[in-house]
Design a protein around this ligand. Sequence first.
Ligand code: TXA
Ligand code: MG
Length: 326
Amino acid sequence: MTSPKAIKPVDTERLAPDERGINRAVDLLTAGELVAFPTETVYGLGANALESRAVAGVFAAKERPVFNPLIVHVPSLDVADVVGDVSGDAERLAGAFWPGPLTIVVPARDDSGLSDLVTSGLETVAIRVPAHPLARRLLEEFGGPIAAPSANRSGRVSPTSADHVLAELDGRIAAVLDGGSCPIGLESTIVSFPEDGPPVLLRPGGLPVEIIETALRTKLAMPEGERLLAPGMMRSHYAPQAKMRLNAQAPEPGEVWLGFGPGRNARHVPGLNLSPYADLTEAATNLFAYLRRLDGPDVTIAVAPIPESGLGRAINDRLRRAAAER
Ligand code: TXA
Ligand code: MG
């Protein structure tokens, strides 16, 4: 693994979401530098996916274990099929939901030119076509695949604003393209398509599982054991400094409160409400930003119950990982 000392500090540029900013981002990516950019889910830390030196920089800046592969971002389904074999159910699903918060894991093509670091040497590759207009312009102008994990240090909460990116990676990356807040606020849903057997849900995310199952007219398999899991889905992840107490009916003395839905529970307690009207879409958008705001060294965050349906499934997944023993 790379030690943080190996990183030479740089002045991280904050690029405006205009033509000049995009041109600068493209120039930096072309020169093998790292540029964080907004997607509709979370900010990604982008590198030229064809260049091992650039991709290695991503692992170093994030202090990410090299066995944890990256998602390849491309502008279209056609380009995705150059990187991996996108056929059958994978093609149908991508056709229905791209651009959007869906990542597919399919067999990698040998002649794609991708750096082996992107896939951590696996025979499969994770691919996504993002919908955010700035991400789309960046991909089109750059003209090649961009490898991009979430733009946080490994194991931490994903960033949903340029400020969050800078809080994590200032001085370690060349630039961040500032597109404001990410509209969805949760990472993409990852579905893999094994050559035998049904599609597998590797990570619940911004595209609800129910919608995917309806489109494919089949139930997704849930990963069995560690082998099938996305390598990055460790049990403890999205780790705030604070302790977390989930499914709380009310805060206890000394706790801060992360509420959901209407309620008087938190009237006299410091806290935030993910969605006073119990809207899961709004709650997803706020989740990571609110965790950051409430976080602190001697803090316990009591979290109201969130329904386990639609986006609630991904929200609860992230909360459980944030609460896991570390
Ligand atoms: O919304 C998103 O997906 C964001 C934006 C930036 O696109 N990206 C993101 O990347 O969340 P990251 O690296 O934080 O999470 C990607 C996950 C990791 O858990 C990784 O292990 C898994 O995808 N993954 C990547 N390639 C894989 C593969 N070939 N097989 C299984 N899992 C894979
Ligand atoms: Mg991540």
